[in-house]
Design a binder for this molecule. Sequence first.
Ligand SMILES: [Zn+2]
Length: 289
Amino acid sequence: MKNFAYLLVVILFACQSKPKETSNMVSVSILPQKYFIEQIAGNLVQVNVLVPPGSSPHNYEILPSQMKDLAKSKVWLQIGLLTFEDAWKEKMAETNKEMHIVNSSEGIVPIAGSECEEEGHDHGHDHAEAFDPHVWLAPAEVKTIAQNTLTALKANFPEHTAIFAENYSQFIAKIDSLSAQIDQKLAPLTNRNILIFHPALGYYARQFNLKQTPLELDGKEPSPKHMKAIVDLAREQNIRVIFIQKEFDSENALQLSREIGGEVMIIDPLDYDWEKQMLDITEKIAAQK
Ligand SMILES: [Zn+2]
């Protein structure tokens, strides 16, 4: 009898109809945004990252297989300044009218990109972004991104508002302490110039009072003339380190490092563990004397 009662319970549970599945999927453009969302939402939402590790977020093309997860998402949190986002925004508006599209950079004062100004706008060819899109690499801007992320999460998952708000406060406190730590680590630095292959640290440089000189211009390999100017600058200012992104295997950076007798340091702007990466970048900058 006891066994029978147990069996009955099992059957009852098994037969209970599943609650209707509502999607808790959120799409983001790049991996660090997954980190930001998880700081605020923990595992209450499922995060779909569009640009896979190793790909460039600048000219990314969404795969047909990614459309399914994007279409299932309640909201797509964009960086808001990446070219591929614009192209897909229109396509998504046709296929998934329900999905909200949020610009995470709303409120950030953007840094102008390096497009060819003399030709003006709309000249057809694929030039660099009008604005520097690397907003996620500066704690000050990430505070704005976090705030926009919180607003979007609350709007789409109002049932978790209290948890989101509490986690958000903790995340903001963490970002503030990170900024203070970076300030402190960079304080002794007398040479505040950094050489970098791809100009990913514009917002970081703005926040921490550094000057970034890119090797690449408009997303293209540097010309011999530009290389020569950089070698001269590096010698003049005694710069010995060139930063390069994990994605790039640049012969130019290596050649340059040989010419200035310096070394190439690898950074990973698309790292999931954003806080660790920010500290790692800082250590590498602080290490150049
Ligand atoms: Zn970039």
